[in-house]
Design a protein around this ligand. Structure first.
Ligand SMILES: Cc1ncc(COP(=O)(O)O)c(C=O)c1O
Length: 343
């Protein structure tokens, strides 16, 4: 659906690239980001003539150049830089400060790399990119990012490159509980204020703000113990609370007048961090089905089979209609890649 709406794709692995191609995405709308692109992943992107590889280290420049040369191609690349912006939020989802693992932190190195690419027979610099973090609630971080990307692009163009795009990444925050979050319109107007006079196309890579609130995780209360609601979903299904101490709103699907109190909702996994929601006020009883909200981003894709738990089915709901789009995992699925265990 996203493809049909005309969006492009920002991918960070060969698997994501193949998924995008699989649904018929236009390769000229695919950008490949990520710090650790393997030889095979780059080759796949080169062979499919994608829009750009966002280069995240000097070493990657040489690898892409070597692959481009082996394929007799001129490959379009962008450079991902760190604009030294602290986007707020949890430490694990900040990505745009100097010294973060993503992007290139030194502007001098970026200019040297741009110069190297300018001399290269097999590379063509077409863009400048950054991604400052995720779940960003303060739009001033984007203003600063826009100012920084513009300034650096001017210096790169002095080397002789004509850039086609400036890519400001994703990160727009969404409401998980009652948070007040900025709208896409507000984000665009800040970017327009700062970049109204540039010639390059502006690329944005929003992920969570497209899908986050389109998904819920349903779970049944198995047991009540003290102040715990023990549910049948766990951290292997939705990792965000355990990974980032993230908060999700939880509703009871039944209009119930049962036990209204402050609960800690936990799953069955053998980890004390397996908490879905801490101190959450809700009416609930054993057997009730709860909806864990805003699970459409960083939800199923982060799930695992930890504790040999089989992942749930996925159901796509459209108004009054629904379809199962991924079946519930079976025990056979769980063990299908295991072999030679009896030796
Ligand atoms: C390079 C890049 N762009 C975009 C995104 C999407 O971020 P969000 O889902 O916060 O919009 C990510 C997420 O990790 C990313 O790494």
């Amino acid at each position: 659906m996203i493809n049909k709406k005309g969006c492009g794709f920002d991918v960070v692995s060969g698997g994501e690239l193949r998924r995008a191609l699989h649904v018929g995405a236009d390769p000229k709308k695919i950008i490949f980001s990520g710090v650790g692109k393997s030889y095979e992943e780059i080759l796949l992107g080169v062979q499919n003539n994608i829009l750009s590889f966002n280069i995240e280290s000097e070493a990657e420049v040489y690898r892409i150049e070597e692959i481009a040369s082996s394929q007799n191609k001129i490959v379009d690349v962008g450079i991902r830089f760190n604009p030294e912006v602290d986007s707020g939020g949890h430490e694990y989802i900040k990505t745009g400060r100097k010294g973060d693992k993503f992007g290139i932190s030194s502007n001098d190195s970026i200019l040297e790399i741009a110069d190297y690419i300018y001399q290269s027979k097999n590379l063509n610099l077409v863009g400048l990119a950054c991604h400052i973090g995720s779940q960003i609630l303060d739009l001033e971080s984007y203003r600063l990012t826009a100012k920084n990307i513009k300034e650096l692009s001017i210096n790169i163009k002095k080397i002789g490159h004509k850039l086609n795009f400036l890519d400001l990444g994703g990160g727009l925050g969404i409401p998980y509980e009652n948070d007040k979050t900025p709208s896409p319109e507000e984000l665009i107007s800040i970017i327009e204020e700062e970049l109204i006079d540039i010639d390059e196309m502006i690329v944005l890579e929003p992920g969570r703000s497209i899908s986050g609130n389109a998904g819920i995780l349903l779970t049944t209360v198995e047991y009540i113990k003290d102040n715990f609601l023990i549910a049948d979903a766990a951290m292997n299904d939705l990792l965000r609370p355990a990974l980032y101490k993230a908060k999700h709103d939880v509703w009871n699907l039944k209009e119930t007048k049962t036990i209204d109190q402050i609960w800690t909702i936990v799953g069955p996994v053998c980890e004390s961090s397996d908490v879905i929601a801490k101190e959450h006020r809700i009416n609930a009883d054993e057997g009730d089905v709860l909806a864990i909200k805003t699970a459409g981003a960083y939800g199923f894709v982060m799930s695992s089979n930890y504790n040999s738990r089989m992942r749930p089915a996925e159901v796509l709901v459209d108004d009054e209609t629904f379809n199962i789009i991924r079946s519930r995992e079976s025990f056979d699925d769980l063990i299908k890649n295991e072999m030679n265990l009896n030796d």
